[in-house]
Design a protein around this ligand. Structure first.
Ligand code: ZN
Length: 113
């Protein structure tokens, strides 16, 4: 039996995480994309999950890439945002309604670069 051990210096095998853009459908390095995250259901004062239809403020742009929740990725390009918006792909990826405010925030981020 051969003992397989990961090579310490095998940096040509180093994988950059790849994610798919919801606009153009292309796959890119995670760091090239904006992450949009649907954060887990918040609890109300009674400890009950907030109803699913009040999801609007739970959609965030995740600048750290580390927030927990369902995520979607998009290129930092207005055309990708427009495509994703038109096709409702953010909505289907995140399984909730995406408000205009979210799209506006994304558009602003993209314009700022
Ligand atoms: Zn794209």
């Amino acid at each position: 039996m051969a003992t397989t051990k990961p090579k310490q210096n095998g940096d040509k095998n180093r994988k950059v995480p790849q994610r798919r853009c919801v606009g153009c459908g292309g796959t890119f390095d995670k760091k090239e994309l904006l992450r949009i995250v649907r954060t887990p259901a918040e609890k109300d004062a009674n400890g009950e999950p907030v109803p699913a239809d009040s999801t609007a403020e739970r959609i965030l742009i995740d600048f750290t890439g580390k927030k927990s929740g369902r995520g979607a990725y998009i290129c930092k390009k207005e055309e990708c945002l427009a495509k994703a918006r038109k096709a409702g792909r953010l909505k289907s990826s995140l399984e909730c309604e995406i408000t205009d405010a979210v799209y506006e925030e994304l558009a602003k981020e993209i314009r700022l670069g």
